[in-house]
Design a protein around this ligand. Sequence first.
Ligand SMILES: [Zn+2]
Length: 576
Amino acid sequence: MARHLITSAIPYINGIKHLGNLVGSQLPADLFARYQRARGHEVMFICATDEHGTPAELAAAKAGKPVADYCTEMHEVQAEIARGFRLSFDHFGRSSSTRNRTLTQYMAKTLGEQGLIAEKAERQFYSVDDGRFLPDRYIEGTCPNCGYDKARGDQCENCTKQLDPTDLINPHSAISGSTNLELRETKHLYLRQKSLREDIRGWITSKHDWPVLTTSIALKWLDDGDGLQDRGITRDLAWGVPAQFDGAPWQGMEGKVFYVWFDAPIEYIAATAEWADANDKAETDWERWWRTDKGAGDVTYTEFMGKDNVPFHTLSFPATLIGVNRAGGAQWKMVDYIKSFNYLNYEGGQFSTSQGRGVFMDQALSILPPDYWRWWLLSHAPESADSEFTWENFQVSVNKDLADVLGNFVSRITKFCRSKFGEALPEGGVWGEREAQLIAELTTRLGAYEGFMEEKEVRKAAAELRAIWVAGNEYLQSAAPWTVFKTDPAQAAAQTRLALNLTRLYAVLSEPFIPDACAATLAALKTEDRSWPTDIRAALEVLPVGHAFETPDVLFRKIADEEREDWQKRFSGIRT
Ligand SMILES: [Zn+2]
């Protein structure tokens, strides 16, 4: 049994995410976690809300609530939506937890003791009209790298370059739009990433199996221009992990907190500790996932994220862990594989949280059950390039793949059996050449499906699963038990038994993609047997002669043209 540590990039606490966010991290991570569990492996699947930083402060102020209360409420909203999409986190943590504060301060202290944190006096933008220092995200301007005119002070979301606010051309306050900015003197802590550059390069270049998207972004920012630069890790904010604490190897950082991008990835570890706290586990139970000096040596760690998060996960967070590990105490597990995604676009443009354009996670669940969304999103995951959500494509995919192929197969064979043999697996007949051919095809396809799932090739895995469903339909079409029944009822019984067992097998194989349909099918078949097939022939004999079932309700309904047109209109403009 292997051990898989799986993390999804943690969504920011401020507001409900759209479908592009879902398919870029949480959903493919869930697919992989469910698959590894189905294969009998031990899985720790972690996600959390990213709660610190200015946007949370401002959103709380707007809502007229203390920021801690605001975050508690929004965490519960996001957790509820995650449950709605059947995201099977072992724990959904909070970066504002005590665990994360303790770990973040410990890591900063250890880095400081290693000489890897520098104190720098610097000049920072102070907005005279807003009466405050402006954190990076609250300064906007033109990206010096690509010319995008809405680049933020920390990163250009168009070209993903990490920025400092002073890099921006025509900087202005994102709060008030004011250009009345003054550079004033203040002191901040910097992570000395530059001195770790060769360690990071050696680590990245040792990862021969990473997707090109991941390594190309990492190497670009490692070597771009003057190469990897030291990174400011404190901000002038009240909400966050305090940068001045007992035992800190520096003074004078009162009133400052760690930059949200410093403490957010540490929350992957902290959330696993939160899991232990929530489940009455011992320290060693979470440490065995994260500390290679405490049993994590055999863990395979996979991270899932959108491409905009790659620089932080290939440079900043590894720099933190490499630096802390150098101290020779606790040895922290570093990621083995980073699966990154391009963007999902919406109907010829971009999803936009600020403009309310596209479908948001709560809205999606209000119109259709989670499996419909899970299937479309995963089978169209933006892996090799950006992909696009259109309502036409969504309708076609749901109606064909789910209703016509899978749903129709299950409905047809259960209804046929009920009408001719009753609701139990019929007796008689033997398998022949046609069945042998089906078993051979399914055996080949199962191997391919498993290979794509292991490689985290999401679209290819979906295509292979669909081909497995199609093979069953084609078998049923050519075997035609409804015709055979007239002349040879025993033969029709053998075909029906096979097809009913194939229904169970489909539920098992499809569970990582469409868990609700799997549960509904197994319930109808009155079996709890979810064992992953090692031999197709044996898997098609799991349900014996005489095993009773109930003809299930329609698994997937079709989307009508009028509905599609209605939704198209509803989600085109401003979210209300
Ligand atoms: Zn740019």
